[in-house]
Each structure stands twice: as structure tokens, then as C-alpha cells.
Design a protein around this ligand. Structure first.
Ligand code: PLP
Length: 364
């Protein structure tokens, strides 16, 4: 039985020959391809600067460092995300403050952000989950009113838009190029910003705090991207809009053929790029559906089975945290099904038929 995986990178002859060219060039670490990828990515996002780094996680870490977020500060974020969103706050010694999500989009709820602001709050990290932007109009308004930094975790939303503007162009943007993302370069990440000083400091921290060769002005890291990765990333960036169009087309097919009450919602103002197509399965049926799909060779995944405020080590560090009922319920009901560009027309028909059969049986 063929298996339809939940994610699959698409690497073509363009990526392969671009990579071989780098190997032949002798410049393997950060070099001209990294610079070219940065310029192309900044232009794609409609921002002044893009800084390539080693991962989405290091992009978030650097973003918090350059904005001066440190011990004693609080950062408001969503618990319904990949762990890296919260880990970067802990890396700089600050305290993550988790607030609940909107039940329709699974993104951070701006009303809850406002309630959680204290005199220690320094930053907000909204996540554009599953490929759909958080409510950036409301979030930027709150940030302006309270003088807070906004760091967008756009690791799942390359090419997504809010009110016609690209994800990562509102605050300081952070992206990941891990193989499951909408575009990849193996491991890699990117920071986007309109601010020249912020961009310059990101470049310094990425490279051991070094402005002048072997003169180190501050504590930095080796968070650089290689030219091998950047060469792959450049080819992927050229294909990103085509990839995203195919994701949207697959999503539209699911919207049209699955029961309305389990389908995800695309918000007004948003262009969703369906990093994941996530259905909501109620009445305790989610895990049974997942097994039913697996038995028929259809991959699926739960993003995320445990909200961050309920992770063991977070509890060990931060103690008892308040209930966040919408995130907790979502973690029991969400199921992502294959929506990536490599699934065929037959695959998606098979996926729809299989889910609908399960749902009919569950109703009987
Ligand atoms: C993938 C991801 C990250 C981390 O990216 P890496 O490149 O794997 O370090 C951070 N946040 C979210 C929401 C992600 O999906």
C-alpha cells in the first residue's frame, strides 16, 4: 500500500545543480549565495533587510537578543505552537506568558494579549500557525499603544499575507527552512526587518559579535547559514509561489468535499498558505480517525498534542500556569492531513473518501 506522507520536500534538478556549483566553487560556508538569498527574500517579503541564519529557532533567539529582551522581562505568546516559540524566550532569561487562542484560527487572541500586559511586558510573539497570519492589525495596535516589540514567528507562513502585506513585514519576522516547511534548504532560517540598526546587530550576533575581523564587541554565536543551504533556498524561493498555489488548490478541494464543520477557516483579510490543512474532529473521534487513516496509508499528524504551558519542563521551570481552555481543547481535536504540493489528484480524492467514510460510520 502506498503511503501518503504528511510532509515531503520537493527537490528538483535546479536545487541539485545549484548545490553542486557551490561545492565546485570552494566557498562552502557563508558567502555570495547567502547574500543573494537574503536580498531575494527581503524583496519577496517587501522589507528592507533579511538576515540568513542557521534555523528558525536561532532566528527567534537572535530577534529577542537584538531587541534587548532579557532577564526580568515578560514576553506574551501563544501556547499552541512548536516548542521553539517559547524556548527562545527562555534562552534569553525572560519569562514566557501564555495567553489563549482564537478557536477559529488557532492563532493568539489579541483580547487576551491586552489582559496579560504588565509593567514587565517587553514583547509579543504571535505565531502565524498552519500558514495563516495572526490578527496583525489588532496586535500592532496593542504593541504601539504599550510600546512593545513584535516578533512574528512566521516559521509556518512563508508567503502568507494579512491585509495584502506579507507575513514577517509587520514586526521583526522570523522564518524556518526546515524540510517540512513551505520552502526548505535543509536546516536554515531568516530574520526580516525594516530597521537598519536591528539588521546590522543581527548580522553581528550571528557571527560571534564580530564587526571587524577578530575584534569581538559583544557575546555572539555561530548562527550562520552555509552557502550550500542558501543555494538550495534560492531555488526553493523561486518555486515558493507555485508551491503555495498548489497547497491552496488542495485546501480548496478539501473545503469543497469534506463536512463544513470539520474544515479550517480562512479569515477575512488573510491569505492562508496552508503549511498544514488542519481539521477539527470532535466527540473524541480524532485518534480513531488518525488510526483509520494510517491503516489506509494516509499520513496525518497532531500539531500539537500538548500545548506548551502543559509541557513537563515548562511546568518544572514556571510552576502551575493558568488553564487555557481553548488551546487545551484544540490539542484534543486538531488533525492535520496531507496538503503539500506533492500529493496527486488521486491522493486527495482518496483522502476525502476515506475521511467521509469514517465520518458516516461515526454518525451511525
Ligand atoms: C519550525 C518552527 C520553528 C523552528 O524552526 P527550526 O528551523 O526547526 O528551528 C519555530 N516556530 C514554529 C511555529 C515552527 O513551526
Amino acid at each position: 500500500m502506498t503511503t501518503i506522507p504528511i510532509a515531503k520536500p520537493i527537490i528538483g534538478p535546479e536545487e541539485k545543480s545549484a548545490m553542486l556549483e557551490v561545492l565546485d566553487s570552494g566557498i562552502l560556508a557563508q558567502g555570495p549565495r547567502v547574500k543573494a538569498l537574503e536580498e531575494a527574500f527581503a524583496e519577496y517579503c517587501g522589507v528592507e533587510h533579511a538576515i540568513a541564519v542557521s534555523s528558525g529557532t536561532t532566528a527567534l533567539h537572535i530577534a529577542l537578543l537584538v531587541h534587548g529582551v532579557a532577564a526580568g522581562d515578560e514576553v506574551i505568546t501563544t501556547p499552541f505552537s512548536f516548542i521553539a516559540t517559547a524556548n527562545c524566550i527562555l534562552y534569553v532569561g525572560a519569562k514566557p506568558v501564555f495567553v489563549d487562542i482564537d478557536p477559529l484560527t488557532y492563532n493568539i487572541d489579541p483580547l487576551q494579549i491586552e489582559k496579560a500586559i504588565t509593567s514587565r511586558t517587553r514583547a509579543i510573539i504571535p505565531v502565524h500557525l498552519y500558514g495563516q497570519c495572526a490578527d496583525m492589525e489588532a496586535i500592532m495596535d496593542i504593541a504601539e499603544k504599550h510600546h512593545l516589540v513584535v516578533i512574528e514567528d512566521a516559521c509556518q507562513s512563508h508567503g502568507a499575507q494579512f491585509a495584502g502585506r506579507q507575513a514577517g513585514s509587520f514586526g521583526t519576522g522570523t522564518f524556518s527552512f526546515y524540510p517540512t516547511k513551505n520552502m526548505t534548504c535543509g536546516e536554515g532560517g531568516m530574520i526580516t526587518t525594516a530597521n537598519t540598526d536591528i539588521a546590522e546587530r543581527c548580522r553581528v550576533i550571528r557571527n560571534h559579535g564580530m564587526r571587524r575581523r577578530y575584534y569581538h564587541d559583544e557575546l555572539g554565536f555561530n548562527f550562520r547559514m552555509t552557502d550550500i543551504s542558501a543555494a538550495i533556498g534560492l531555488e526553493q524561493l523561486h518555486k515558493l509561489d507555485t508551491f503555495n498555489a498548489r497547497r491552496r488548490e488542495n485546501a480548496a478541494f478539501y473545503d469543497g468535499h469534506l463536512p463544513q464543520d470539520i474544515c479550517p477557516q480562512e479569515s477575512r483579510d488573510c491569505k492562508h498558505v496552508y503549511h498544514q490543512y488542519t481539521i477539527c474532529v470532535k466527540d473524541g473521534q480524532r485518534d480513531a480517525l488518525r488510526e483509520y487513516l494510517a491503516f489506509r496509508g494516509i499520513g496525518s499528524e497532531i500539531y500539537y498534542p500538548v500545548p506548551i504551558h502543559r509541557q513537563k519542563f515548562i511546568h518544572d521551570k514556571l510552576g502551575d500556569l493558568p488553564h487555557l481552555p481553548i488551546s487545551e481543547l484544540a490539542s484534543q481535536q486538531v488533525l492535520s492531513i496531507p496538503v503539500h504540493p506533492s500529493i496527486s489528484i488521486e491522493d486527495r480524492q482518496f483522502i476525502v473518501d476515506t475521511i467521509n467514510t469514517f465520518m458516516e460510520r461515526a454518525r451511525d
